[in-house]
Design a protein around this ligand. Structure first.
Ligand SMILES: [Zn+2]
Ligand SMILES: [Zn+2]
Length: 1005
């Protein structure tokens, strides 16, 4: 009834087979059905960008989500399994532009917005299917037919409702300001999109020192420094630090004294005395500069650690410059168009890009004697988060949501959230304290159409729903296929103030509005009536069958008990959904968050296609298998970058193989013994009781780790359990399995079926495969209940833990003394593991010694050194004295591996302890436990070693002759001395019914 297992698992093959079984048996559907009506575990999936195949970092996040949904399902929780796809915005557009070979916004418009929108939707449809298949292969259980897509009309309508609320509160405004601008994408970008460190790269730029001649002061000029020559034609002012000292050099240059301490200055003055002076601008001849008066302004923020201490100010080209223009009433000269090219009023520079214009600018300055020097500089420079083009600044109109009023309510909401790991909650607080107003508009095409209708009467009409749009539309409704450009642009509405016809502004919305609203849009907030398939509207029709639930449902499922995404989502999804939920409902949309760092390669380097160390998710799943990948994901502490690669996968495979072998061992002997799990259990032996307790401890520990959303704790607990199970219980019980001992079989069966259940969420394939070998081919571990807690005999576990420490050290001492384990020894002395005292027989047996003594180990010399990286910071200057005392042997050994030295108590991790065996002893020591083995051999010990070698040899011969484990044999041996001394043992240990003198030979009896 138990089918044997092969030597090792073929993970990918076994997983594909399991996927078919789950499909055939409808395992997931049965699980959901079983849990329906149970207590709720409210999980909200953050939408994944359906724009490319999923990568290994997506596999990481998806695994964590699946692990905890599976855990909660085993515990009987009713859950939503709705997957989300992020499906509109700049990322999709940029990829479709590449596909179509379009290089600019003009080309998109020539191509046609309707066809462009279709292409964007098609791309999302394609990649959402690709990703779905990848996630299924990874083992993720989701309601794949009913995904939410953020480009659905319903999702868009919910954002409209939010924006109308924002407008009613007076938080919505159109800002005229200088923002970071991508010249390729032709749009401004927001603070939260650009904040990631990956959006900065090292770049080489020109570095210029330029003279601005002072008016009315012959021969004197300000000297400024800039790395952006394209901004010089837009210069309107020069800023000095009022309280800094400036000096005039002999050749007529004004600079900050602090910057050039070795210069000789003919005149000195505080910055405040330069304020108000007028100068000739570097490009006064350009039409764009007509009428601009250039003067010196005060600015406390002028840096004195770079440049000249005098800063060139161009309000049309920088955020701070623009702010200064408001304070000092400066002209704003904007030099570039939306593609980053110089405007017509800039003369010969017209049409050049910001890079192309650098050379003629420098040439012109040089020709007119304004160039002091020119070189290059390498510095960190921002690039577009989406297309990697270097950014510039432009002064444009953008739409913003004011953040000041909501800042404190969001901080209060975040204080109610449990963050794992906790330090990420503080990062969220930092983000909220520093967040600027939310720039929600993008000058693009395939995105949320902002429902803003600006009327020339001055009124801003904000539409809050499709129904409102229809009620107020005066034209264009008939062609409104979905709420996207170009169709939405054709709808004009009547101004509520003056009755004029108004058209929509052309801008679309920030994609984080799309993702942030899903706690409302997918759960039916304020929806009066449940609509079957009611979420699958607009572009998502035909892709999803999702319902739009009613408000009562929203009440049941909001807020989420748990969400999980990467750390960068603090400034993205965690932020945007918190912003929206606090606005609409005054509370956080999630109660617990698990967040985690990036995936690196196995040496801890970032993965890049260009460096050849990146791994495709499909490749990883095909080669290592999903369980192994999931194990790597789960083993990692989330606050550290995750290491991922095939070498690490091989290590995981080895550990999983140990468990596989344990199950295989059981199956082999359970078959031989015709073991019946339903039979009344036999009386367990002490080692069985230990395993029962050890298993109860595993259940207790892993349950606690799952409850705190800490997968590395689950992995560690399971790995150490497998080590104990395999290398202690099974190894020490082999003989009982040969003897078909019913207690051993029953206890091992029970332990394996408990262990499989607690590990099933992490490695769902292998766990179910093995479960079916143990419990039955039609049973699934995923439908099994979570193991009930049982009593843990902590005292017994501590005893055996001490025993295992002594045995481990005994082995190490043997290894170092090159004494093979088949060589029996006379005596072992151990100290520091007092709980092991009642297990002396087991220790003697394990380490093959005749006598085990618990007492002081005098057979060694103790050498103690400071562990400098730990002890140095603790002791500081007192370290030297402690070190000397240790070197002279002036210390006292305390309990638990601690030492008293020079008035300090040193903990075990603060010292490096070495015990060196005296002659005739092999010694090993660690963390306060010492084991010493007497190495001297006498004739009896030597003969017994010969016996054990022979037994080993015979058993190899048995196996090589094709004999079954249980076959009895007739045995011939050449060793008269062994036959005389050890006849009985020879027979028992080789299953021989007779043994005679002769050449080594075995035959089946
Ligand atoms: Zn871009
Ligand atoms: Zn009006």
């Amino acid at each position: 009834m138990f089918t044997p297992l092969p030597d090792k698992p073929d993970h990918p093959a076994l997983e594909l087979e399991m996927l078919e079984i789950w499909e055939r048996e409808q395992t997931f559907e049965r699980l959901r059905e079983r849990n329906r009506g149970g207590p709720k575990f409210r999980f909200m999936d953050g939408p994944i960008t359906a724009n490319n195949p999923a990568g290994v970092h997506h596999g990481h996040g998806r695994t964590l989500k699946d692990v905890f949904q599976r855990y909660k399902a085993m515990r009987g929780f009713d859950q939503r399994y709705q997957n989300g796809f992020d499906s509109q915005g700049l990322w999709v557009e940029v990829e479709v532009e590449k596909e179509l070979g379009l290089g600019s916004k003009r080309e998109i418009e020539e191509y046609g917005l309707a066809e462009f929108a279709r292409r964007c939707r098609d791309r999302v449809a394609h990649y959402s299917e690709v990703m779905t298949n990848q996630c299924i292969r990874l083992g993720q259980w989701m309601d794949w037919e009913n995904d939410y897509y953020t480009f659905s009309d319903t999702n868009i309508e919910y954002i409209w409702a939010f924006l109308k609320e924002i407008h009613d509160r007076g938080w919505l405004y159109k800002g005229h300001r200088s923002t970071q601008w991508c010249p390729r994408c032709g749009t401004s970008l927001s603070q939260h999109e650009q904040a990631g460190e990956e959006n900065y790269v090292e770049m080489e730029h020109p570095s210029l020192f330029v003279r601005f001649p002072l008016k009315g002061r012959e021969g004197e000029a300000l000297v400024v420094w800039t790395t952006t020559p394209w901004t010089l034609p837009a210069n309107v002012a020069a800023a000095v630090k009022p309280d800094a000292e400036y000096g005039l050099t002999e050749d007529g240059r004004w600079v900050a004294v602090a910057r050039f301490p070795d210069e000789t200055f003919v005149k000195r003055a505080p910055g405040s005395e330069l304020v108000g002076l007028e100068y000739s601008g570097p490009f006064d001849n350009l039409p764009a500069q007509a009428g601009v008066v250039h003067r010196v302004i005060p600015w406390d923020e002028v840096a004195l650690d770079e440049g000249t201490g005098i800063v060139h100010i161009a309000p049309g080209c920088g955020a701070e410059d623009f702010e200064l223009s408001r304070v000092h009433d400066l002209a704003v000269v904007a030099p570039i168009d939306e593609a980053g090219r110089m405007l017509p009023l800039f003369g010969d520079f017209h049409g050049l890009s910001t890079t192309e214009v650098a050379e003629p600018v420098v040439a012109s300055l040089r020709e007119r004697g304004l160039l002091v020097s020119v070189g290059t500089i390498v510095h960190r420079y921002p690039i577009c988060w989406r297309c990697k083009t270097p950014l510039v600044f432009r002064v444009v109109d953008d739409w913003f949501i004011a953040a000041d009023e909501i800042r404190q309510p969001m901080l209060d909401a975040n204080a109610t959230v449990d963050w794992t790991p906790p330090q990420y909650g503080k990062r969220m607080d930092d983000w909220l304290r520093n967040m600027g107003d939310w720039n929600i508009s993008r000058k693009r095409y395939f995105g949320l159409p902002l429902p803003f209708y600006e009327c020339e009467c001055g009124d801003l009409n904000v539409i809050g729903s499709r129904a409102e749009l229809e009620a107020r539309a005066v034209s264009g409704l008939d062609d409104l296929q979905e709420l996207h450009r170009p169709w939405i642009d054709g709808v004009r509405i009547r101004c509520e103030q003056c009755g004029r016809d108004v058209e929509r502004i052309p801008e679309v919305g920030d994609a984080w509005l799309d993702a942030g609203i899903v706690n409302f849009s997918t759960l039916g907030w304020r929806n009066p009536e449940w609509k079957p398939h009611g979420y699958a509207t607009g572009a998502s029709a035909g892709l999803s069958g999702a319902d739009l639930p009613d408000h009562a449902y929203w009440e049941e499922w909001f807020p989420a008990d748990w969400v999980s995404e990467m750390r960068e989502q603090i400034r993205l999804w965690f932020y945007s959904q918190c912003f929206m939920a606090v606005t609409l409902e005054g509370r956080s949309p999630y109660q617990r968050v698990l967040t985690y760092e990036k995936v690196f390669d196995e040496r801890g380097k970032p993965m890049h296609k260009s460096t050849g160390n990146s791994i495709e998710l499909n490749d990883a799943l095909d080669r290592m298998g999903a369980d192994v990948a999931r194990w790597l994901y789960c083993a990692q502490v989330p606050s550290q970058p995750l290491r991922f690669g095939y070498g690490l996968a091989d290590e995981v495979k080895r550990r999983l193989l140990t468990f596989w072998n344990s199950v295989s061992f059981f199956v082999t002997y359970a078959s031989i013994a015709s073991f019946d799990p339903s039979a009344a259990p036999a009386e367990p032996q002490p080692l069985d009781r230990w395993l029962q307790s050890r298993t109860a401890q595993l259940v207790r520990d892993t349950t606690a780790e799952y409850e705190r959303y800490w997968t590395p704790g689950v992995v560690t607990a399971f790995e150490s359990y497998v080590e104990d199970l395999s290398n202690w219980y099974i190894r020490r019980s082999r003989r009982r399995f040969w003897d078909e001992d019913p207690a051993a079989l029953a206890v091992l069966y029970d332990s394996l079926t408990q262990g499989l259940r607690v590990v099933a969420p992490v490695m769902p394939f292998l766990a179910d495969h093995l479960w079916r070998h143990l419990v039955g081919p039609d049973e699934s571990v995923h439908l099994a209940p979570w193991p009930e807690p049982r009593d843990v005999d902590d005292a017994l576990l501590a005893e055996v833990a001490d025993v295992r420490r002594v045995v481990e050290l005994g082995r190490r001492a043997r290894d170092e003394a090159r004494l093979k384990l088949r060589q029996p020894l006379r005596r072992l002395v151990t100290e520091g593991a007092p709980l092991a005292a009642s297990h002396a027989d087991e220790i003697a047996d394990e380490l093959r010694v005749k006598e085990v003594v618990f007492g002081e180990v005098e057979a060694s010399e103790l050498r103690v050194k400071p562990n400098l990286p730990v002890l140095g910071p603790k002791l500081g200057a007192r370290l030297a004295a402690v070190r000397e005392h240790l070197a002279r042997g002036e210390f006292e050994e305390l309990d638990g591996g601690r030492f008293q030295v020079d008035g300090h108590v040193l903990e075990p991790d603060e010292v490096l302890v070495e015990r060196v065996g005296r002659a005739g002893w092999a010694v090993a020591s660690e963390a306060g436990v010492t084991v010493a083995l007497e190495t001297a051999l006498d004739d009896e010990l030597v003969l017994e070693a010969k016996l054990l070698d022979r037994v080993h040899e015979v058993n190899v011969l048995r196996r090589d002759s094709g004999l079954a484990i249980t076959d009895r044999i007739n045995l011939w041996l050449p060793d008269a001395d062994l036959l005389e001394q050890y006849r009985e043992r020879l027979m028992t240990e080789t299953l021989a019914v007779s043994v005679e003198l002769g050449d080594l030979r075995v035959e089946r009896a």
